[in-house]
Design a protein around this ligand. Sequence first.
Ligand code: AGP
Length: 625
Amino acid sequence: MCGIVGYVGRSEAGPILLDGLRRLEYRGYDSAGVAIVDGDHVETRKCAGRIAELGKLMTEKPPGGTYGISHTRWATHGKPTDQNAHPHFDQSGQLALVHNGVIENYQSLKEGLLRNGQHEFISETDTEVLAHLIGSLYDASAPPNGSVPPQNEKSRLVRAVRAALQQVIGTYGIALVHRNIPDFIVGARRGSPLVLGVGKDENFLASDVSAIVAYTRDAVYLNDFDVVAVERDKFEISSVAGEGGNYEVSKVEFTEEDIKKGDFPHYMLKEIFEQAGSVRDAMRGRLSTEECTSKLGGLEMTAAELRDVGRIVLTGCGTALHAAMIGEYILEQVAGIPTEVEFASEFRHRNSPMTRDTLVFAISQSGETADTLGALRESRRKGYRTLGICNNVASTIARESDGGVYMHAGPEIGVAATKSFTAQLTILMLIGLLLGRMRHLSTSEGTRIIEALERLPEQIEATLKLSNEIKRIAQKYASANGILFFGRQFNFPVALEAALKVKEITYLFAEGHPSAELKHGIIALVRPDLPSIFITPDDAVFSKNLNNIEQVRARKGPVIAVTTGKGADRLRQVADDIITVPATMDFITPVLTVIPLQLLAYHLAVELGRDVDKPRNLAKSVTVE
Ligand code: AGP
């Protein structure tokens, strides 16, 4: 995925575009660029590398002008080079375009353009093809002779954009400017997010509101197939087909403060430390001590409909998939409903037979992940009720699902997901409680769960105090050749999640497995320079984990254990390092056991000098397949 920002107003566009790009850098960071129209020429600065590199270029030679577009890239078509960096131009060199998404039929569109012999491409990107296509349609529609009033030029450009997009197969969030049409930007979206920021005598376009929240909190979240013509003091939304578009101006629910790092050196650490609050926010107003259950109005389902749910499918990618895997244990154990987890990327292409009473949940922090969105659409196409568990309120998944539950975790900017994971677990626990109370859970069991959930934020605070101890452990193992993670039941997916965190931000080899799988092959890897981390709360399967730890010890593998309560006493003889988190009900433990492992991955990455918030090759959410 990539990030785009557009501005038209009375201020210098350069600093606003650069500032917006910095806020979107989490979306991609292998090259960046701006195109700003200054009088009769388009000023372009672009280069491979981080936004900081672009910043240097813009400081050396500041581009003037009060309207323009900009882009930060996560390469899909073409290497991250200066040439492939956006903006891209049409054949005339007068139209500049930035794009987030993938034009799947760009080869055939390119061949069509090349056939008329007037096009030459200088990059390897699909975006340049789209710029040429729009430019050629715009030029072809010019009246035979004579100048055209500016207003007609604007609608001519919008018509060219529509005509080009009608030929496109794929996804796009775009913004473009034309040298000859002053103070005018066109945007459009399909499959990639685009938001219009409505200011006073200035307007903005961006992939995400965080880019513009410092300037305005009034936003229009564009829908797929919307085309927006943006001027300083007005905007007009229509569809690719040329019909009038419906829109609503919403208030952005967070402020600029929420997206600042504050005193933390990295967003990831800030977000790890926000988890007591984010878990509290995920539960806020949703627990009923009177009825000993949870209240989730957003599900948009009657009690009778919820009672009739016979099977649940949970789908998502990456960290959200790991939350789903824990959700499977929770919903089966707490609610007694058969539950399955599906990789969103597989589910959408598989013809998985499901019963009529199946309820599908699509879990996604960003609400924009292409694979999860594809799974949601496929599930709805087949007629299943499909609900979203999202953090991003105005996201496509949130809007396209039949209902759902928001995480309320606040903006998550670090590429490695942390607070969204524990918020997802919290929501899944609330769903388990609600459905369980409609089935076999008694009022006293419901009360016990509510009390345990209410204690959770305090227990998270206590767990976060372990950060320095975990830093010491990270320093001890920083030269390890990799890490193995093991857990059972609710904590097996925590092993997967911890391994993902380590891989993402330290680039060390890491794997997660069910503890019992050790003896079925993985034990061959055990050696003195490869630590094994066992997530083993003092629960029903503690003794089983202890056996597995002994097996590692016998082969001289270092062992780190994450445990609760009395577990530490029993581990003292066999583990090199022990991390003890507060005790809670078994199904709630993952919220607490994952935190020291997030911290471990973080401290390891810092120790190894990695770029924690912008790990190599990654982007925060993946809006391509
Ligand atoms: C997690 O650390 C990753 N950045 C990644 O696996 C992420 O969880 C996945 O891409 C899904 O994103 P989503 O929750 O926004 O859909």
